[in-house]
Design a protein around this ligand. Structure first.
Ligand SMILES: [Zn+2]
Ligand SMILES: [Zn+2]
Length: 408
């Protein structure tokens, strides 16, 4: 399994720092300033070029994805772990992947200051993933009704090349073969990058207090004014946060994304609708019609099977009635799965809760989901020997799986 390492410098004191590709909070060991990483167009890295002096240096884009792909099929939902790089531009004679090179050396963030001309990928990251998903899907007998990904690491890695008489690999300074057909047209569009990675001080925008969050946190919390913040578009934005507070000092709080949607093509706006759609063995009661339906999905990294089980069980329970605004009073697990990742999984979650499955298979491809809001909610869990159990809903998660969840 690969894990890329990135070299950067502390924005405050300039000291060198080494990061994992999953890191979002950097703590400088020298000046102790903590920063939150932001990237407007996703994270972009560059492999170091060897002997670039006096030569025209180009950077070729490779998409990077490490994580799970999920496929809801008519019979069941499948998932596959993927750890890949893939050429992001149509120059067929270039290597299709970076191979093992990117693991062996340290990457740098690619920024507007990086020397060289960058060839930007054709299409978006989502389009590249979709293409990849459909290729994986084609080898199966039944077509996927919905697909999603849970990424541990994703972004773009640029590999240096020199296009002289021949094409030269800029990492090794070794010949790669002929300059590919179509190179000139692609190279003509290459230039400096417009945006790079940003470092925001890890301070509460509301009160100036130090924000708490572990190195892979996607949401940081302020213990002083009880607020939560996530990097978005180059700044920290407030995240609405709720909690089921209990008196148990031993309780361990896990974060979840609560997502409200308009769903066209099916009646699924209330708890009463859910009872019908999921064929729950419950007698409809008057209060059910006024309880608004929403999706519950983990806001932390988890293997695909456990992620789906927790999402389905909590979405079927709809425990939002017991929440109150605020942060958890006790120990809590870092929210290290971004809201957007969670939002991408909703169709696959829906495939698991609609019953009977045959009807789901007919309906799901025709449904349109429009997300209208997302907020964070913490639920308390109590540990026994094997599991963490949520006392209110009886939903459980295996202790080992949770311990493993810091990386997929
Ligand atoms: Zn520093
Ligand atoms: Zn604050």
């Amino acid at each position: 399994m690969t894990a890329f390492r990135i070299e950067c410098r502390c924005p405050q004191c300039g000291a060198p720092a080494a990061l994992e590709e999953t890191d979002r909070v950097v703590a400088c060991p020298f000046c102790r300033v903590r920063s939150v990483l932001t990237a407007r167009d996703g994270f972009r890295y560059a492999l170091p070029a060897r002997r670039p002096a006096g030569r025209e240096l180009f950077y070729v884009p490779y998409w990077r994805f490490k994580g799970f792909m999920l496929f809801a099929r008519p019979e069941e939902t499948e998932h596959t772990f993927i750890d890949m790089t893939r050429l992001g531009v149509g120059l067929g004679t270039l290597p299709h992947t970076l191979g093992v090179r990117a693991q062996a050396m340290k990457l740098k963030f690619a920024t507007p200051e990086t020397e060289g001309r960058f060839i930007l990928p054709m299409g978006s990251f989502d389009a590249a993933l979709e293409e990849f998903q459909s290729r994986l899907s084609r080898s199966r007998p039944a077509e996927a009704l919905a697909a999603a990904h849970l990424g541990e690491a994703m972004g773009l890695v640029f590999a240096p090349v020199y296009a002289e008489e021949k094409l030269t690999d800029g990492v090794l300074d070794a010949a790669m073969g002929k300059v590919p057909e179509g190179w000139e047209a692609v190279a003509a569009g290459a230039g400096r990058l417009e945006a790079g990675v940003g470092f925001l001080p890890a301070l509460c925008p509301a009160c100036g207090w130090d924000l708490a969050g572990e190195r892979d946190a996607q949401v940081l919390v302020c213990g002083n004014c009880s607020s939560a913040w996530a990097p978005a578009g180059g700044k920290l934005e407030r995240v609405a946060c709720e909690c089921l507070k209990t008196a148990g000092a031993e309780d361990y709080y896990l974060p979840f994304w609560l997502t409200t949607c308009d769903i066209a093509g099916i009646d699924l706006a209330t708890y009463a609708d859910l009872v019908r759609v999921a064929n729950l063995p419950k007698v409809l009661q008057p209060g059910f019609e006024s309880r608004r339906f929403l999706f519950w999905t983990p806001a932390f990294k988890l293997r695909a099977g456990a992620f789906l089980r927790l999402s389905e069980n909590l979405t079927l329970s709809q425990p939002q009635e017991v929440l109150a605004a605020g942060l958890p009073p006790g120990r809590h697990h870092p929210a290290n799965l971004a809201a957007a990742e969670s939002a991408g999984s909703l169709r696959v979650v829906l495939a698991g809760i609609m019953k009977p499955r045959k009807e789901m298979a007919e309906l799901l491809p025709r449904l349109a989901l429009r997300i209208t809001g997302q907020r964070l909610a913490y639920l308390p869990f109590q540990g026994d020997r094997h599991d963490f159990v949520q006392p209110h809903t009886r939903v459980a998660i295996n202790r080992n799986l949770l311990a493993l969840s810091r990386s997929l």
